[in-house]
Design a binder for this molecule. Sequence first.
Ligand SMILES: Cc1cc2nc3c(=O)[nH]c(=O)nc-3n(C[C@H](O)[C@H](O)[C@H](O)COP(=O)(O)OP(=O)(O)OC[C@H]3O[C@@H](n4cnc5c(N)ncnc54)[C@H](O)[C@@H]3O)c2cc1C
Length: 287
Amino acid sequence: MIPGSFAYHRPNSIKEAVALLTDLGEDARPLAGGHSLIPMMKLRLASPEHLVDLGGIKDIKGIRADGSDIVIGAMTTQQELIASELLASQVPILRETSLVIADPQVRYMGTLGGNVANGDPGNDMPAVMMCLGATYQLVGKSGERRVAARNFYEGAYATALGAGEIVTAIRIPAPGAGHGYAYEKLKRKIGDYATAAAAVVLTMKGGKVAACSIGLTNVANTPLWAEEAAKILTGSTLDAATVKKAAAAAEKITSPASDSRGPAHYRTKMAGVMLTRALARAKARAS
Ligand SMILES: Cc1cc2nc3c(=O)[nH]c(=O)nc-3n(C[C@H](O)[C@H](O)[C@H](O)COP(=O)(O)OP(=O)(O)OC[C@H]3O[C@@H](n4cnc5c(N)ncnc54)[C@H](O)[C@@H]3O)c2cc1C
């Protein structure tokens, strides 16, 4: 329960943080809210010799509109996502998702940047970001680049982040007025990671689905974007037969592990059930 010893660094700028991470190399890790990294260090599953705390960098906090995009600084906490009026009106699925992450104590410390950069398939935000078509702004020693959430996740704890690179912001195209949304998460108890979860964002026109996007959490070693399932639903009235077909298509791309949350086939089925529930709620909310 006691982590190994480490040196603590608290840079004041992105440039300083990147320089430290680059110079210190593989022995250094960025520290955000610490609610994934510190437990890993206590279990000795991670033993960085240097922690570079991003908490002193003002430029990577806050939520703002930039044209039709919403830009969220990486060090914005999950509680700040819940409290944001801008997000409540523009991207309400973020509030709904934040509210089912852990418990208030974790949400007051845990950041959006840490949640999406962590690479744990159990984290809830990555699938939501894939569903929303978000882009991550990364800064490293060779400057800034943007990577789509849909291309960011490579395996469990393996992401497109390069050596010394940090996520500075998450850029989300606002889904537009009247969109329907839902994040449905099956968990064993309050504060648990998902057995399976589904994010849906859709728009309806004349009683039919005009556009639809689906993300799935914790049913593979990466978050999943269920493109085929969304295609099946587009143009439909979300009738029971089409929803069943889409749920089957979503289940097909899952490959969960059998673990304490249930056997693999159960978790796969629950992905379909979560998607079915999320579609019903998203449809009811669409106007
Ligand atoms: C009891 C408990 C229950 C939890 N339940 C859930 C849950 O249900 N759903 C869920 O999604 N999460 C859950 N979490 C995790 C929580 O949401 C974490 O806060 C989150 O995963 C990581 O955010 P953080 O700011 O704490 O990051 P940290 O723990 O500080 O960092 C996590 C990882 O990301 C890296 N990192 C952090 N920020 C950046 C950055 N800006 N750029 C590059 N790399 C970075 C770190 O080096 C580290 O490898 C739970 C945690 C606890 C303790």
